[in-house]
Design a protein around this ligand. Structure first.
Ligand code: ADP
Ligand code: MG
Length: 266
């Protein structure tokens, strides 16, 4: 018999539970977060965009500390640089100068490959317009980051466990009846719930949320905020949410304001 693992292997004896869903979908973690400890930070971060010959400064030396286990809201007017800052925190983009630190180490200057891995494993991201893949079902959308994180070969070996875990996450966000639906068959609130499940599937420590209720009616927006609050409280997920809406921000533990390229306590 060959020792080469079969692609079809789903035998439970060879299955290890995927790490992500364990973290969020299981009951609350036994260890409480060491609250107050800085988990993610921006230090003197500057970022400009070039328009023709002109350089337009957006962030002019941002200092920000996100503490482990907190639900932080960053408010600011449209165009103040909130999305820019969130992208820098999540290493989707690099600052012109300054540094981003996560878990005690600098991350903005890591090689692209390490940044990709970090983003895939440690940061979940959700956006105003969900960014679900239209041709995939909800279950497939949620499984996609897991496939990227594990690599296809490893993913297929543990496919059954991954599917179970993704299904559990979709249940956690209230979508157990929508596993096989495509995004166009869902409401905005349901799409955002699926996007949250997708963001959590690899077990991130931090959720970065860019105007997560910005496309939703008031009631649905509140439901999404309640879900975020539950994930923060019951599952110790650190949340950093940007919004232009003060009433949304007031649901967070702490609010900071981005204005004139800098962050100040609100
Ligand atoms: P917010 O999320 O607070 O509305 P953004 O971070 O999206 O603000 O944008 C801040 C400013 O930077 C805006 O003036 C916007 O037009 C500009 N900007 C954002 N991204 C780019 C880009 N990729 N190229 C050029 N300008 C950009
Ligand atoms: Mg924005």
């Amino acid at each position: 018999m060959s020792n080469t693992p079969s692609l079809a292997t789903t035998d439970s004896s060879q299955r290890r539970a995927p790490r992500a869903p364990q973290r969020v979908a299981a009951s609350p973690a036994p260890q409480l977060p060491r609250s107050g400890e800085t988990q993610l930070s921006a230090r003197q971060v500057k970022k400009s965009y070039r328009k023709g010959q002109v350089s337009i400064p957006v962030l002019r030396g941002v200092d920000l500390e996100v503490r482990r286990g907190e639900f932080l809201a960053i408010i600011g007017q449209s165009g103040s640089g909130k999305s820019t800052l969130l992208h820098l925190l999540g290493t989707l983009d690099a600052p012109d100068s300054g540094e981003i630190h996560f878990g005690g180490r600098r991350i903005d200057n890591l090689p692209a490959r390490d940044r990709d891995a970090l983003r895939n494993r440690q940061f979940g991201m959700i956006f105003q317009f969900y960014h679900l893949l239209p041709e995939l079902t909800m279950l497939e959308n949620v499984l996609a980051p897991q496939m990227i994180a594990s690599g296809v070969f490893q993913y297929l070996r543990q496919r059954k466990a991954h599917v179970e875990a993704a299904t559990q996450l979709l249940s956690l966000v209230g979508l157990e009846h929508r596993l096989k639906h495509k995004p166009r068959e869902l409401s905005g609130g349901e799409m955002q719930r699926a996007a949250i499940a997708r963001a959590l599937v690899t077990g991130p420590e931090v959720l970065l949320a860019d105007e997560p209720t910005g496309n939703l009616d008031h009631q649905t927006g509140r439901e999404i905020l309640n879900l975020l609050r539950t994930l923060n409280r019951a599952h110790h997920l650190t949340i950093c949410m940007v919004t232009h809406d003060l009433s949304i921000a007031q649901e967070a533990d702490r609010i900071v304001r981005l204005a004139e390229g800098q962050v100040v306590e609100a």
